[in-house]
Design a protein around this ligand. Structure first.
Ligand code: PMP
Length: 342
């Protein structure tokens, strides 16, 4: 049974016993938690499958919250343009929402973006501006470019996920209560990848307001600005990594940061898909590896929830899950099967 959130998105969907959502945006949230057995702990650990949101990621939640807040406050009016800087999923969420609500959307991205994500933005009808991977103080930085475009575009709104505190408030309001209710208030540990840190900060604050003893763990990229104490190196995992001092990060609710290398994050993707049926994205790989390492520290009766932020389908062309050359021609398969029966 779906648990009903006391939130603005879901209130407007359900009439009587009907489970027909008013539109695609009303279907955001209420994603399942699925148990994952790492085989090294007596605790129970579940993955919250955020890739089952309609836009395919956890960012649907913060994007709808920030955009509907802008509408309520008159910052975004009919016929307007939504502009945002995004490594992908925030942009995809904004593009889906813009399409469903009738706004023009412009998304700035870095060259690191996967082909699938870029094509997804285009499929929703967004204008995509590709920027080089340069530091924040460079005028060609994707965030700087988005700010400039917003300044130059009349009747435009920028959710500005790295600086808008409503980003983490969205997760305090929507995702935190959802996890609390889905675990019937028994959760003891929460794990989430940190990009803007909106998810870990918002959910972390909500969970600690219910039970201050809950442990909140943020997963960062090993080469990020925070992990390297200000000397970042390139890294492959998308959507994760604290790369500057954003006010969205609420350090007061994060008990621990775990820094994960590309090698470890990517190495666990194939086992997750082929042994658990969980085809997840790169940040989920980092989270799964981190939780696997952390799990022996948990005891019987502990309940952990980790966020799987998006799907592996967005990264298939990168070859982390197996490659096209591994397929078997049907003649070879039939010959092999015949040999086995002789
Ligand atoms: N996982 C994925 C797949 C993401 O796209 C993001 C957002 N960039 C995150 C995790 C991190 O979420 P947040 O920005 O709330 O820290």
């Amino acid at each position: 049974m779906l648990f009903l959130l006391p939130c603005f998105i879901l209130e407007r969907n359900i009439q009587g016993n009907q489970m027909i959502y008013k539109n695609v945006l009303a279907a955001i949230g209420n994603t399942p938690i699925v148990e994952v057995d790492f085989g090294n702990t007596k605790a129970r650990i579940g993955a919250k499958l955020e890739y089952l949101n309609p836009g395919g990621s956890v960012k649907d939640r913060s994007a709808i919250y920030m955009i509907e807040e802008a509408e309520r406050k008159g910052w975004l009016k009919p016929g307007g343009t939504i502009i945002d800087a995004s490594s992908g999923n925030q942009g995809i969420a904004v593009s889906m929402i813009g399409a469903a609500k009738g706004y023009k959307v412009i998304i700035t991205v870095t060259e690191k973006i996967s082909k699938e994500k870029l094509m997804t933005l285009k499929a929703y009808g967004a204008e995509v501006v590709v920027c080089p991977c340069v530091a924040m103080d460079n005028p060609h930085n994707y965030h700087k470019v988005a700010l400039q475009l917003q300044k130059d575009t009349p009747n435009s709104f920028m959710p500005n996920q790295y600086f808008n505190l409503s980003n983490r408030q969205a997760h305090y309001t929507l995702l935190g209560p959802e996890i609390w209710h889905q675990t019937a208030g028994t959760i003891t540990h929460f794990f989430a990848a940190a990009g803007t840190s909106g998810t870990v900060s918002g959910v972390g604050r909500y969970l600690k307001s219910q039970n201050p003893d809950i442990t909140v763990v943020a997963i960062d990229a090993k080469n990020s600005w925070r992990s390297t104490k200000g000397h970042p190196q390139p890294y492959a995992v998308e959507g994760i990594g604290v790369d500057f001092d954003t006010p969205v990060t609420d350090y007061s609710v994060i008990d621990e940061f775990l820094a994960i290398s590309d090698e470890h994050a990517l190495g666990i993707l194939q086992p997750l898909a082929q042994q658990n049926g969980l085809l997840v994205g790169l940040s989920s790989g980092a989270v799964a590896y981190a939780v696997q390492q952390y799990a022996p520290r948990m005891k019987a009766g502990d309940i952990g929830v980790m966020i799987f932020g998006d799907s592996g389908r967005a990264y298939l062309s990168k070859g982390f899950y197996g490659c096209v050359e591994d397929t078997v021609p049907c003649a070879v398969a039939l010959k092999k099967a015949k040999e086995l029966t002789l």
